[in-house]
Ligand binder design. Structure first.
Ligand SMILES: [Zn+2]
Ligand SMILES: [Zn+2]
Length: 176
């Protein structure tokens, strides 16, 4: 059984994320929370990073208000937060959250691809709130369907700048 730490560790190092992907600072040394995002396709991790709160804010500030609103609208309308949070609370194991998509509830075992998102506090403790969550790529597609071209290029630039390899148009913009 994978523990929640296993789920949220870097697939590359097998250990917890240690540095922010953008400012490269050690996460435990900055007195700020951070977010861990991973994207899995066909069982392979295709994108993974930790990003500190100030860097996350700096990137999301570049997204247009309309784009942010379209994502917020999706999250509000397509996710039954009352239901989900009640289930999360009733569960003693945070890995239960990774069993199905938070929006459409499709079980993970039949998903081709999905994103994981988790929030850690400044001391490195996993925060149990609306996150951690798993969302399937079709739902990510719906969530980002109304992003403006300008916002898409913000995301693409973030990928180009901080990751090696060809930047895909894909990538779960889990920091919104
Ligand atoms: Zn940073
Ligand atoms: Zn879904």
């Amino acid at each position: 059984m994978r523990t929640v730490d296993d789920w949220l560790a870097s697939e590359e190092t097998g250990e917890a994320f240690s540095h922010c992907v953008r400012c490269r600072l050690p996460l435990v040394e900055i007195a700020e929370p951070w977010l861990v995002n991973k994207e899995i396709m066909g069982g392979e991790c295709v994108l993974e990073y930790a990003v500190c709160q100030p860097c996350r804010d700096a990137v999301t500030a570049e997204f247009s208000e309309e784009s942010k609103k379209s994502v917020r609208d999706f999250l509000e309308k397509e996710i039954d937060w009352d239901e989900r949070l009640m289930e999360f609370m009733a569960s003693h194991d945070a890995t239960d959250r990774f069993e199905s998509c938070i929006a459409c509830l499709t079980p993970r075992r039949v998903l081709e691809g999905y994103g994981l998102s988790a929030l850690f506090d400044s001391g490195g403790k996993l925060v149990l709130g609306p996150l951690p969550l798993l969302i399937c790529l079709p739902c990510v597609g719906k969530m980002t369907a109304s992003l403006s071209d300008a916002s898409r290029s913000v995301w693409r630039r973030f990928l180009e700048k901080n990751f090696d390899g060809p930047p895909g148009d894909a990538g779960f913009p889990g920091m919104l």
